[in-house]
Design a protein around this ligand. Structure first.
Ligand code: BDR
Ligand code: CA
Length: 311
C-alpha cells in the first residue's frame, strides 16, 4: 500500500470551503494533517468556529489553528453577503465541543513543513495572509513543500469582487504578492476556471438528499448561498474551493494546464488585486503559475458526490 499524502489546508470557511474540506476528508489517498484558518469570507472568530464544527460533523479529529485576523496592510470588506453573517448560512448551529489549537496558523505551517518535509501539499482556499506571514518568518519554507494549490485570481481579468480582482487575492493582495514571489510554481484554480466548471443546481440538490451527516449539514449551511447564486448566476452552482480541491487531490483529472508568469497588481486604482498573467511571455519573467484551464467534469462531480455520501 502506498503512503497517504499529507495535506495542509488553509481555509476561511465559508460555504464552498466546507465542500472542499468534505472532499479532502473523504479522500483515501490523502491525510489532512491540519487546518490553518484565515479571515476572509467572514471574520476569524466565525471561520474558526465553522472549521471546528465541520470537523465535528464529519467525525474528523485534526488540529485547527487560528491565523491572522485580517489582511497584512489594508482592511477589506468580507463576503458575508454570499456566505451569511457567520459564513455558514446563519443556521444557528450548536458550537463544536472541540477547541482551537493554541499554536498560530503561520507557526503550524512552518512546523508541519518540517515534519512532512518534501511531501506536504498545501491547499490554499482563502486569502493568503497566513502563508505570507509564515514566509516572512521562514523564507526557506517553499523548498520543503511538494506542491501548492491556490484557489484564487482571475487570469484574464474577469474578477468576482471588483471588475478585475477575485475575492481571495483582492482581500489581501500584498500577501498574495509575497506568496507568488516565493514559490517556484503554484498550481492555480482561478475564478474563471470555476465559472467553466459549474454543475446544475438540480443535480446538486439531489446529491444533498443523501442520508449522511455531511449532506444534511451542507444542505442547511448552503441553502441561503444557493438561493443567492441561483438568482445571480442562473441554473449552475459554482464551487470555487471544491474545484481547487479536486485539482489538489486528483491532479490527473486536469485535462489542460498552462504555465505562465503571474504577478499581483498592488497599485492600480481600478485593478488592485488583479492577477496579471503574462500570456504572451512579454516580460521575460519565469513561469511561476500552472493555471488550470480544464478539469474532467465527470470526475469533479464524482468527488463531490462521494464527499456528500451520495454515491
Ligand atoms: C473564493 O472567495 C471565497 O468567497 C470563496 O470561499 C472562494 O475561496 C472565490 O472567489
Ligand atoms: Ca474560501
Amino acid at each position: 500500500m502506498t503512503e497517504r499524502i499529507p495535506l495542509l489546508i488553509d481555509t476561511d470557511p465559508g460555504v464552498d470551503d466546507a465542500l472542499a474540506l468534505l472532499m479532502a476528508f473523504d479522500d483515501p489517498n490523502h491525510d489532512v494533517v491540519a487546518l490553518t484558518i484565515a479571515a476572509g469570507n467572514v471574520g476569524l472568530q466565525y471561520t474558526v468556529a465553522n472549521a471546528l464544527k465541520l470537523c465535528e460533523v464529519a467525525g474528523i479529529d485534526i488540529p485547527v489553528h487560528a491565523g491572522c485576523e485580517g489582511p497584512l496592510l489594508h482592511p477589506t470588506p468580507d463576503a458575508s453577503y454570499v456566505h451569511g453573517r457567520d459564513g455558514f448560512g446563519d443556521i444557528g448551529y450548536a458550537p463544536a465541543a472541540r477547541a482551537v489549537d493554541q499554536e498560530h496558523a503561520a507557526l503550524a505551517l512552518i512546523r508541519l513543513s518540517h515534519v512532512h518535509r518534501g511531501r506536504l501539499v498545501l491547499v490554499m482556499l482563502g486569502p493568503l495572509t497566513n502563508l505570507a506571514v509564515a514566509l516572512k518568518l521562514d523564507p526557506a519554507l517553499p523548498q520543503r513543500i511538494a506542491r501548492i494549490v491556490v484557489m484564487g485570481g482571475a487570469v484574464t481579468g474577469q474578477g468576482n469582487t471588483t471588475p478585475s480582482a477575485e475575492f481571495n487575492i483582492g482581500f489581501d493582495p500584498e500577501a498574495a504578492h509575497l506568496v507568488f514571489e516565493a514559490f517556484e510554481r503554484i498550481e492555480v484554480a482561478d475564478w474563471e476556471a470555476v465559472m467553466a466548471h459549474g454543475f446544475p443546481h438540480k443535480d446538486f440538490e439531489r446529491w444533498l438528499k443523501a442520508e449522511t451527516p455531511q449532506a444534511r449539514f451542507y444542505d442547511a449551511i448552503s441553502r441561503r448561498t444557493r438561493a443567492w447564486a441561483t438568482e445571480r448566476r442562473g441554473e449552475r452552482w459554482h464551487s470555487a474551493d471544491a474545484l481547487a480541491m479536486a485539482l489538489a487531490l486528483r491532479p490527473d483529472g486536469a485535462l489542460e494546464m498552462a504555465d505562465r508568469p503571474l504577478a499581483i497588481e498592488l497599485q492600480g486604482s481600478l485593478t488592485r488585486g488583479a492577477t496579471v498573467v503574462d500570456w504572451q511571455r512579454r516580460g521575460g519573467r519565469p513561469d511561476n503559475a500552472r493555471i488550470l484551464q480544464r478539469y474532467d467534469q465527470a470526475r469533479f462531480e464524482g468527488m463531490i458526490r462521494a464527499a456528500l455520501g451520495a454515491g
